[in-house]
Design a protein. Sequence first.
Length: 181
Amino acid sequence: MVAVFYLSSCENNLNTVTLITSKDKTPQEVEDNASIFYNDSAKTKFHLTAKRIEDYGGQDDPHIIFPKGIHIDFYDDSAHVNGQLDAEYAIRHDNTKIMEADNNVRVVNRKGEKLNTEQLLWDEAHHKIYTTKYVTIQTAKQIIYGDGLVSNEDFTQYKITNIRGTIQLDSPPDDNDKAKK
């Protein structure tokens, strides 16, 4: 984008034209069919795959865009997959260490519980995921709906905002059950 400004001076009637160009909005690096393993202390923490990665590292807000979707497998300390995240689009901001996943976001934890939403934020520094968007969680026994969620990053302990749906609670044993034992 080019902007042209016209400046004039009253004293000498000189006309000056100044060209101002915006910062370059092209990625510094592009990778197609990417597969990235993230290791910490010699252990794999997650494996990220994406059809396309665009790295905008040279900007005021360095970020990476995953314009064609993203898939992440999260690993526990024993190198077993304990969760997955899929989204049709994602962006990761380097300065804040926050990744925003958008459009048909799906998370599955090690218990097989499934989260669906349209937007999910992953705060890597604080090890949590959250959203203020509509969520659906499917467990082995129930489907839960809500208007937001905060969870640990492996989606095993979560709190749902404005919870709705049928929730089955295990009932405590009655006195007859205790007498049989």
